[in-house]
Ligand binder design. Structure first.
Ligand code: GLN
Length: 190
């Protein structure tokens, strides 16, 4: 399996480190020609969703990536990456808009901008979750499976080939969510 990591901005190196630990081949997506060699899955990292959205368009990456996602490319968005996937964004502008969720941006306000917790994730037991100026999922359509909540708010969900977490599993020791994503990608390919 070969995983492309969007590397325009933000926390992409940390995702690469997780995939290294899992022994999975990966590469950075920085420009259009990086998409020339086929790949099996995509990671949209945390960072600043407005900046990433603008760079995606400026670099002509928006259309090919959106088309691939719509055609079923497995994609995992963390934090800003979740916002890029959301159909609706409160406090921001939708980007790919492929996932039937409404994301509320910077949802935890100033004081609670960053925090760490351990909470149950569907099928994985309790896992560490690091939140940094994170969104949460305010509402989700009927095809979206809710995978985790913190204080009643949805922080992880899946719809078909799309996985999104409001937190950063790549900033924790746990490989569980990355493993979950790779299993999901493998089962979609089967
Ligand atoms: N607050 C950022 C945004 O709205 C997301 C923060 C993150 O990815 N850690 O884009």
């Amino acid at each position: 399996m070969r995983v492309g990591i969007l590397a325009l901005q933000g926390a992409f190196v940390e995702h690469a480190a997780m995939l290294d630990r899992l022994g999975v081949d990966h590469f950075e997506i920085r420009q259009r020609r990086d998409l020339d060699v086929p790949f099996d899955a995509l990671i949209l990292p945390g960072g600043e969703s407005t900046t990433m959205g603008k760079l995606l368009r400026d670099l002509d990456l928006f259309e090919p990536l959106q088309t691939s996602i719509l055609q079923g490319l497995p994609v995992f968005g963390t934090c800003a990456g979740l916002i890029l996937l959301a159909r609706e964004v409160e406090g921001g502008i939708p980007c790919f808009g492929t996932m039937d969720i409404c994301a509320r941006r910077n949802a935890y306000g100033r004081q609670l901008g960053s925090f760490h917790t351990e909470q149950p994730f569907d099928g994985l037991g309790s896992i560490p979750m690091t939140f940094i100026r994170a969104p949460y999922i305010r509402s989700a359509g009927p095809d979206v499976r809710i995978l985790a909540r913190v204080d009643g708010r949805i922080v992880a969900a899946r719809q078909d080939n799309m996985l999104a977490t409001a937190f950063h599993p790549e900033l924790t020791e746990s490989l569980a969510v990355h493993r979950y994503f790779l299993d999901m990608a493998l089962s979609l390919a089967a």
